[in-house]
Design a protein around this ligand. Structure first.
Ligand SMILES: NC(=O)c1ccc[n+]([C@@H]2O[C@H](COP(=O)([O-])OP(=O)(O)OC[C@H]3O[C@@H](n4cnc5c(N)ncnc54)[C@H](O)[C@@H]3O)[C@@H](O)[C@H]2O)c1
Length: 329
């Protein structure tokens, strides 16, 4: 385990439920955090991830570091041929994620990413419904509080709310609706007494044009005291779907129906990675190069909000794609 913060603790708890996997070592520059999680897992603790990899030669690694700390952990795993699971977002800067994706493809390495929403059975059901009635317009949102880690409110540390948080919704949008061709976003920041260090936009809106003429609108805000809404609505001819982590609402003829997922997606995403590493399964739904496409979209929205200019993805622009956001072949 590289990184021993909130999400590492969650993955370690899940892994402890597996009879065929064990956390053998935890590395975090915060030695206290590394030791605490290592003790809970009966594992060895390190403050230097490189030293841990050298000494332990693990079968697989979980990389659970903040957005700004990506790069060295992934490249060290690739150099040693160690499969890795990495949390979203993949980076703050696009270049490092592109470098990692290229190296992963060259090494033909098993990877997985923290886009666990793909495993909800409600998402599978939504995809089946949309196969019959193609989407025409989507509305995505993440309206929430500022999460506890101090790095979250710093643009150069987290990438901002769209890159860091709305990314789950962007990934769902790609799975259910398709690729985005053009984004035009606006963001705004006001100084906040409760977060004096913050330099990220606390409100963002974006319009999207997608393949096949599908349109979209996104809103993100971190101004609230609790998670008010985080999810995606998809409208097709005679069909409206609303998906969150906790519910799928289907509105067709007659009264709408709502149900909760029947499975635990956070469990499933870890199980699929471990199965792939053990050679027993092929259900990793967002390996690194696939997750990079979602990450590019988040960074494109952030770029558009910063410049006020539309950003073209996937070669869709008048002069082709912005080279920074061209799709990985
Ligand atoms: N998929 C999900 O549902 C989900 C949920 C929560 C967090 N996350 C993601 O996981 C990442 C971490 O979030 P968190 O809440 O655990 O943050 P956190 O701040 O609680 O923990 C991050 C840990 O990484 C350590 N760290 C920093 N640089 C490091 C380095 N170079 N090598 C090793 N460790 C390093 C820090 O000391 C800290 O202990 C974020 O990108 C976040 O978006 C994903």
């Amino acid at each position: 385990m590289i990184g021993a913060g909130g999400v590492a603790v969650r993955h370690a708890q899940t892994l402890r439920e597996f009879a065929d996997a064990a956390v053998v070592a935890v590395a975090d520059p915060d030695a206290g955090r590394a030791a605490e999680l290592a003790d809970a897992c009966d594992a060895r603790s390190y403050s230097d991830p490189a030293k841990m990899l050298n000494e332990q030669s693990p079968d697989a690694v979980y990389i659970c570091v903040p957005p700004f700390a990506h790069g060295a952990p992934e490249l060290a795993c690739i150099a040693s041929g160690i499969p890795f699971f990495v949390e979203k977002p993949l980076s703050v800067e696009l270049a490092i994620a592109e470098q990692i994706a290229t190296a992963v493809l060259e090494a033909d390495l098993i990877t997985a990413t923290g886009y666990h929403w793909r495993y909800f059975d409600t998402v599978t059901e939504a995809a089946q419904l949309l196969a019959e009635r193609p989407p025409r317009v989507v509305i995505g949102s993440w309206l929430d509080k500022v999460p506890p880690p101090p790095w979250w409110v710093r643009r150069d540390r987290s990438g901002g709310q769209v890159v860091e948080q709305l990314t789950h919704v962007l990934d769902l949008l790609r799975v259910l609706v398709g690729e985005v061709e053009v984004v035009h976003a606006f963001g705004h920041h006001l100084s906040r007494p409760d977060h004096p260090d913050s330099d990220i936009d606390d409100v963002t809106v974006a319009t999207l044009q997608m393949a096949g003429g599908v349109l979209g609108a996104l809103t993100a805000s971190s101004l609230l005291s609790h998670k008010y809404r985080a999810g995606l609505e998809v409208i097709a001819d005679g069909l409206a779907l609303q998906l969150t982590e906790t519910e799928l609402t289907i509105a067709r003829e007659g009264p709408p129906t709502t149900r909760s997922p029947a499975n635990d997606a956070k469990f499933a995403v870890d199980r699929a990675f471990i199965d792939a590493v053990l050679g027993r399964g092929d259900d990793v739904r967002a390996p690194y190069p696939e997750a990079l496409r979602t990450h590019r979209l988040g960074l494109a929205i952030a770029e558009s909000a910063a410049t006020g200019q539309a950003v073209y993805l996937s070669g869709s622009g008048p002069a082709g794609a912005d080279p920074a956001f061209e799709t990985l072949s």
